[in-house]
Structures are given as C-alpha cells and as structure tokens.
Design a protein around this ligand. Structure first.
Ligand code: T1G
Length: 690
C-alpha cells in the first residue's frame, strides 16, 4: 500500500489498482481529497501491473460532495483537475459506491467509466438545497445517462436515490453484495477487462439528450408543474437551464453554461443563506453543557397520551421509524377515531405511491391502543398530547409518576404551558422534558425540545438524538411563554392585526409577506385554519374583527368566506364585506386610516421578530441565533433562501433594525423597546450569524 497523501492510498490487487480515500466524516472534496484523486489516477496509470482502476472510500460513505464549508472561499492554489483526470484515464476506472454519493461525489463517479454500488447506497445531486447546481459536470453528464426528465426531477428535488433505482435508471452499472463492495468492484473491473469493454465516457453518450432536442415542451411543462414549489428560489431554475444546455448544446459548451450559472449562484445571497442553513441545522444538535458522550437512555417503546390530531401525528413519527407505540385515550370512540385517522393518513400516502400497502400494515401493526394508562408501565418514553389545560396535564403527570418505570422519559407536547410547573407534580423532574411538535406532527420537520429547570442531560441528549431518528430537525429551547417559535410568531401576528387598524387591508399584509417568501400570510392562514377556533357564538358580541366575521358566518375557507371571499375553486379574493367591517372598526377607534407602504408592512412585521429573537438570546431561551433561524425555517415557513430572521436581520443591517425599533418604540411604546443585546451588537459592530 502506498500513501499518496494524508487522505489517499493506492494498492495493486491483482491487475486492478485501487485508490482509497479516507477523509472523515464524509470524504467531502477538500483540497487533499481532490489532490488524492489526481495522484491516485496518476499512480494507477503509471503502474504497469494495473490494467484497471477502482476508486473507493473508507468510512461511512463514498464522497458526499464538495466541502460545503470551503465553497466560495477564494484560495490561490495550483489548479488541479481530478474530474478530468478520471475521465481522461486510459485504463478503465470503476467507482465503488457505498453510503451517499452526493453532489461532487456523484459527479466524480460520473467521470469514471463505470459505477458499482451496494444496495444500501444512495446517489444524488442535492446542490439545489444549498442554492447551487452541480458544478463539476453533473448537469451535463446526468441527463446523458438518465434523460432530461429524470435529471430534472433528481436535480431540482435534491433527492438521495436508492442504488437499486439508480441501477434501473442507468446511473449505476451493477449492484454488488452488501458488505463486499471492494471485492465486488474489483471483480467488476476484471469483468470489464475480460470482456474488453470500451473506455466508455458518459460525456459521449448522447442518445437521450439528442432525443429530447427540439422538445422544449419537456422544460416548459416541468417549469409549470413546479412553479409554486420553486417560487422565489433561483437554483431550481438554474438547474433546469443547465439541463436544457445538455440537450441543446455540445458537451463542452454545456459545461461552460454550467460553470457560468454555478458561479452566479455561488456568489449570490440565496446560496449563502442556504449553506448557512445547512450548518445551522447541524449546529442545533450541539449543546454546550451536554457533551456528545452524555449517556443515552434507550427508547425502544413509546407511549402517547391522546389520540387526537397531535397525538396521532406524533405516533406516526415513531411507527415510521419502526418504534412500537401505545396510544392511550379515555374513551373508546376517541381511540377508534384516532387510530382510523392514522390508518387513513397512511393509506393516502400509499395511494400516492409514497409507501406500499405492506408498509401501511407494518406501521399500523406497531401502533396499539389502550384505555388504561397502566399500559404505559413499561414504555421507555411517554409523550402527553392532550388539551392545553394545566390542570389536566398535572393530573396526567401525577399518574404517570406512579405508573411509569424508573428511568422512563416523561415528555409533554405542550405548545405554551410552563413545563417546570408540570414537572413539579412528579417525583422525577429530571425525567420531564418538552417535545413540542408542530401540526401536522407527522409532516412538519421541526421539533422544539424544551429544557425545563431540572431536565437531566441524558434526557436532553436522548431527546435530541431521538428527534433525528424520527426524521425531525430539533432545536433546544427554554421554558418561556411560546418557547421560541410561537413567541416570535406573536410579534408578527400582533403587528399584522395592528396594521389593519391603521389602514392596511389583510390582503395587503398577506401579499407583502407572501412576496417575501412565506407560504401564505397570516390572514390567509387564519382563514385556512378557521376563524372560529376558540370563538364562542353565545359569548360573541362583535368586539373584534374576528368576532364580527364569525357572527356573519364568515368563519374561513370552510364557509367560503372569512377575511377573504372564496370562489368555487377556493381561490381567495379581497372582500368588500371585510373591508367595510375593518373600516367601521377603524372609524370607531378614532384612528385616521393612512396609506401604509409595503416597506413599512414588512418592517413592522419582521423587525419585532428580530428584536424578540435578540431578547430570547439574552434570556438564554435559545443557545444561538442560528437555532432561532432553524426554528423559523422548519416550523413557520421562513424562506430558506433568506436564512431565517436573525440571518435576515444581519443582512438588512442591525443598525437599520435598531433604528426601526427605536422609531416604533417612540411612536407606540415599550412593546417595541429594542433588546439590550440588539443595542450591544450594533454598538460593537457585530452581527448575529456571520
Ligand atoms: N461538506 C462539509 N461537511 C459535510 C458535508 C459536506 N458536503 N456533508 C456532511 N458534512 C458534515 C456535517 O456538517 C456533519 O459535521 C457531519 O459531516 C455529518 O453530517 C461541486 C458544489 C452526507 C447525507 O449537499 O446531505 O458537491 O456536525 O450530520 O445525517 O457540484 O451530511 O459532525 O461537525 O448531516 O448521516 C453537495 C450534504 C455539496 C451533501 C450525511 N453535497 N450532506 O447525513 O450526517 S455541494 C451535499 C448531507 C457540491 C459540487 C457541489 C449529509 C449526509 P458535524 P450529518 P448524516
């Protein structure tokens, strides 16, 4: 074995030269890895004993892409061309794939003559999730193997495609036995030699792209079908343009198009924000006083109290991860209803091809129901998901304390109640934690893990790890009203309501926030959820705009009218009825309605969110500013290409945010008092996230 550099070695196995990369954690294409590939190819070509070459990686995965942290940083170094070296090899090169061959990793494999993989491997070009596109030839090579349509789907979704599917599509030439990748790859290389196969280069395979030439409708249809999903993002469109170039331009010209568009995205704000979000999500798992080696509590069985919307959705997360769940309800009909809703959700997913009918039965088989809390006596974790009433929760935790085994984790899904108070009725406050799921709990990625005063480090570490296992993105927050996400949401909701009393209409406010990148504005959201949540007809006396609307039976989309009027296709239209109600309220309040600009609407709604984020940080209710951004991106639809409230505040300029808050404070009182931390950051010329 010859060490070519710190992360690369070369060996000869029979007549096959083997290049092995080993650069934890994911063999990302750092400079040493890139150099190692070139050195390895050179070694293989110089070795007369080698008739073929295999490129393989040690550790958890084949190359998982460029070193994201290093992207965009300019370093004056000797130019190297490892991808070209692979493709120009005069001996057949076989990429041996395990783990996840992603981005530049898959692009390197596409520069090899052949690719083999173990069935558990996955391949993808997920650069779009970083606001980028494959910048090492992938946009030109992938369509040549799989055709433009599949390339469009793969590259704009960023999906990690299982190896068997990649084999069917032609990205992988052969699947080899699990756990025997090296042997399988060498055997494949020998087969290539024995069959005297040509030195096939992906760049020369043109049938599929030529067949698509003259069919611009492929791209027009794809753009139309995905317009809503891609709204506001640059990268999906740029990926599409590169695939159009693969179809319409010679390879080398297509590469130039790719490079030009790649550089444009890399230097833009959107990719900077999305690369920030990538690391922010991972940073959120790091808790300064809970070290990585904190002992974990095994969680092999889970109990859920409450089979309502939240309890059912939460249960699905665990069943999806193969963890048995016992759901406890107080009444049989509620339990039956809850279980049937879960089954319906699975069957709907199966009808769309997301899972198989067998998956439905397997997952339902993991969920059992009971009317007896003693069924929770042996579970490792209980998650309470009942009404948001402190007396009910205290009663439940008192009972759990008596029923559950020692060491069981006792979690509450409360979205706002004081978890320290809930813990206080138990003899084991160290076992009590908040797991705040977001509705629909089986869909929304965010999980706010709420650390109470006495929550133990093992319970925290276990909860954070379990979140990842059930496919959630977790952030640790402290006990305060609304924790972090809803506490910041309250700022935006209050301003949206107040702006209505100053002359802005709901549709103006929604439009500004929708154009900013939110999936929908607060009033459209209220109409969707229903204006009558918490509204009691008998007690309603038209005191608020919401009451006035509900009294007219304008209770939202479900009644065809709320803030908006809805047509037969449920398309929202500004409502003259709502406008009149608002104008009457404004007149009664004695406020002189005024024209409010879009800029003011945006500042009034978003600056207080940044300010509240600063207060949350100074109170220690979130560990870092990027955790606040992770929460708002994954729980509230903050557009990821804008990084999150704190990242956005930095981009606007904290001095500008502070000036805006000072103006609001002077005009509207202490609710808008600038956070001390915001003042401090501006005074010291610092920012939250950069
Ligand atoms: N660069 C740098 N660090 C990376 C990395 C990468 N590409 N991928 C992962 N890490 C770090 C991560 O920050 C974490 O660090 C550790 O590895 C484990 O990651 C030219 C321009 C591979 C599926 O987008 O999707 O190629 O927190 O916690 O859940 O065209 O990481 O331990 O210090 O996520 O098992 C394209 C991104 C890059 C893949 C593993 N590639 N990575 O998931 O572990 S752009 C990607 C992932 C590109 C070229 C373009 C996942 C994973 P730490 P993890 P995981």
């Amino acid at each position: 074995m010859t060490a070519l550099n710190a992360v690369t070695d070369y060996t000869l196995d029979g007549e096959v030269g083997v290049i092995t990369l080993n650069s934890p954690p994911v063999n990302a294409l750092s400079r040493p890895v890139l150099e190692g590939i070139s050195l390895g190819v050179a070694a293989g070509l110089a070795d007369d004993g080698a008739k073929a070459i295999v490129l393989i990686c040690e550790g958890r995965t084949f190359i998982a892409g460029a070193d994201i942290g290093g992207l965009g940083s300019r370093r004056e170094e000797r130019p190297i061309d490892p991808m070209g070296d692979l493709e120009r090899s005069t001996k057949p090169v076989v990429a041996a794939i395990h783990g996840t061959a992603l981005g530049g990793g898959l692009e390197a494999a596409l520069c090899c003559n052949y690719r083999v993989a173990v069935p558990s491997a996955r391949c993808g070009l997920p650069e779009v999730n970083l606001g980028l596109l494959p910048g090492a030839g992938g946009t030109q090579r992938l369509p040549r193997l799989v055709g433009p349509q599949k390339a469009l789907e793969m590259m704009t979704s960023g999906a990690h495609i299982p190896a068997p599917q990649c084999h069917e599509m032609g990205v992988i030439d052969a699947l080899v036995e699990e756990g025997k990748l090296r042997e399988g790859a060498i055997a494949f290389a020998r087969k290539v030699l024995a069959e005297n196969r040509p030195l096939r280069k992906v760049r020369d395979i043109n049938e599929k792209v030529e067949a698509a030439r003259g069919h611009p409708e492929i791209f027009a249809a794809f753009r139309k079908a995905n317009a809503r999903k891609f709204r506001g993002f640059l990268a999906p469109e740029y990926n599409i343009r590169c695939i159009e170039a693969a179809v319409n331009e010679p390879f080398d010209q297509g590469i130039q198009t790719e490079q030009r568009l790649f550089r444009e995205l890399l230097s833009g704000e959107q990719s900077a924000a999305q690369r920030y979000a990538f690391f922010a999500e991972r940073q959120a798992n790091k808790i300064p006083d809970v070290p990585d080696d904190t002992p974990l509590i095994p969680v092999n069985t889970v109990g859920i109290i409450g089979a309502g919307t939240m309890g059912g959705g939460i249960a699905m997360n665990f069943a999806n991860a193969g963890i048995p769940v016992v759901i406890v309800e107080v009444k049989q009909d509620a339990l039956d209803r809850g279980l049937s809703v879960i089954r319906k959700n699975y069957e709907r997913t199966a009808s769309r091809g997301g899972i198989t009918a067998a998956d439905v039965e397997k997952r339902m088989g993991l969920i059992t129901g009971s009317l007896d809390m003693n069924a929770l006596a042996t579970v490792d974790m209980v998650i309470e998901a009942v009404f948001e009433r402190m007396d009910i929760k205290k009663d439940i935790f008192t009972k759990l304390d008596a029923i559950c085994k020692p060491g069981a984790i006792l979690a509450t899904n409360t979205s706002a109640l004081n978890i320290d108070e809930i813990a206080s009725v138990t003899s084991r406050p160290e076992a009590v934690i908040g797991l705040h799921f977001f509705s629909p709990a089986n869909v929304m990625k965010l999980l706010e893990v709420v650390r109470a005063d006495h929550t133990s480090k093992s319970v925290i570490a276990t909860s954070m790890k379990l979140a990842k296992k059930i496919g959630k993105i977790a952030a640790l927050v402290g006990v305060c009203p609304g924790f972090v996400g809803n506490r910041i949401l309250g700022q935006r909701q209050r301003e949206a309501q107040k702006l209505m009393f100053e002359g802005a209409m709901p549709w103006d406010i929604d439009r500004v926030l929708y154009d900013f990148g939110f999936p929908m504005g607060p009033f459209a959201m209220s109409d969707l959820a229903g204006l009558d949540i918490g509204w009691v007809k008998e007690k309603s006396n038209g005191e608020t705009i919401r009451d006035a609307l509900c009294e007219l039976d304008r209770r939202g989309q479900k009644t065809g009218a709320g803030y908006y009027d809805y047509d037969e296709n449920r398309v929202a239209h500004p409502s003259p009825v709502t406008e009149k109600i608002i104008q009457d309220f404004v007149a009664k309040s004695g406020v002189n309605a005024r024209t409010i600009t879009d800029a003011e609407i945006l500042e009034r709604c978003l600056y207080p969110m940044v300010n509240e984020g600063a207060k949350i940080l100074e109170e220690g209710m979130a560990i870092r500013a990027s955790d606040v951004d992770v929460i708002w991106e994954n729980g509230y639809g903050w557009p990821v290409y804008r990084g999150g409230p704190m990242w956005w505040g930095d981009q606007v300029g904290l001095d500008k945010v502070l000036a805006g808050m000072k103006k609001m404070h002077a005009e509207m009182g202490d609710l808008y008092k600038p956070a001390a931390l915001l003042e401090k950051m501006v005074a010291e010329g610092k920012n939250f996230t950069r």
